[in-house]
Design a protein around this ligand. Structure first.
Ligand code: AMP
Length: 296
């Protein structure tokens, strides 16, 4: 295990902080030492503003791997022009504390120049699964995601990497990347963690006013409705999507897409016959939120 340091938090109690490294070569050396001593290494990539969703990935990693490495990196290449890269929350101390409390052994927190040198010229394009929905609404987003995930996997040389179902399409893009490029890592996708009222946890929820947060509940509600309809025997995807869209619009949301897709390929479903994923993206005020539910 990596060495950790102790400090005190606002209430004066001792907090175990994981060892944190900023440079790729430091991470490589640490991972090489873990592996040389026969330990398995798990990786939990995050952009920080840590919440219980991120921590569920940490828990899953700790149950399977000897060493848990989390990353904190707000990846500029996955944000489009006009998106929230500059304002994305970066509560570094709280993140390190949260990771420490949950038993993360090592945090990799490079700055932008460490991951993208000024002469960086190589990007990864995943095809098919990345094209619709998030790929269409956020051009270049998955190119940035695939590039940073490949770079993190290369530097961390983990046995297993953990991602959330919250970003369902992203999880398929990453599985495709790993399979197509023969990467020697296993991918785990962990269930969505929700607040008690049903809203999927997201670092972007801090942008919501009280009123917007109530409106945002229409996302999980619309997914629950889709499941109810399917359970009741509805098979026509257009009928289900229409009901979901109406529910979101009634709550005052700006709907970006409402989709029912095949769970493995992200292709749109016309008639629900097998395992289906319902996905929604909508803006609540200025904040763009996504959510999904696996049905059947
Ligand atoms: P992010 O920091 O938003 O890039 O997320 C880092 C990882 O945490 C990604 O694999 C996300 O899918 C996952 N994640 C984010 N929110 C949740 C959530 N509510 N439940 C489970 N996993 C999540």
């Amino acid at each position: 295990m990596a060495s950790a340091s102790e400090s005190t938090n606002a209430t004066g109690s001792a907090v175990r902080r994981p060892k944190a490294v900023r440079r790729r070569d430091e991470l490589r050396r640490a991972v090489a030492a873990f592996r040389a001593s026969g330990q398995t290494v798990g990786l939990v990539p995050t952009m920080g503003a840590v919440h219980a969703g991120h921590l569920s990935l940490v828990e899953a990693c700790r149950t399977e791997c000897d060493v848990t490495i989390a990353t904190l990196f707000v990846n500029p290449t996955q944000f489009g022009p006009g998106e929230d890269f500059a304002q994305y929350p970066r509560p570094l101390d709280a993140d390190l504390e949260a990771f420490g409390r949950h038993g993360v052994d090592l945090v990799f927190m490079p700055d932008t120049e460490e991951m993208y040198r000024p002469d960086h010229q190589t990007f990864i394009e995943v095809g098919g699964v990345s094209e619709a929905f998030e790929g269409e609404g956020r051009p270049g987003h998955f190119r940035g995601v695939a590039t940073i995930v490949l770079k993190l996997l290369n530097v961390a040389a983990a046995d297993i990497a953990y991602f959330g179902q919250k970003d369902y399409q992203q999880s398929l893009v990453i599985r495709r990347l790993v399979e197509d490029l023969d990467l020697p890592v296993q991918i785990r996708v962990c269930p969505i963690v929700r607040d008690p009222d049903g809203l999927a946890m997201s670092s972007r929820n801090v942008y919501l006013s009280g009123q917007e947060r109530r409106q945002a509940l229409a996302l999980p509600e619309s997914l629950a409705r889709a499941e109810e309809q399917i359970t009741a025997g509805e098979r026509d995807a257009d009928v289900i999507r229409q009901a979901m869209t109406e529910h979101l619009e009634r709550a005052g949301l700006d709907v970006q897409y409402v989709a029912l897709v095949d769970s493995g390929t992200m292709t749109s479903t016309h008639t629900v016959t097998g395992p289906t994923v319902a996905l929604v993206a909508a803006k609540v005020g200025k904040t763009r939120l996504i959510d999904n539910r696996i049905i059947g």
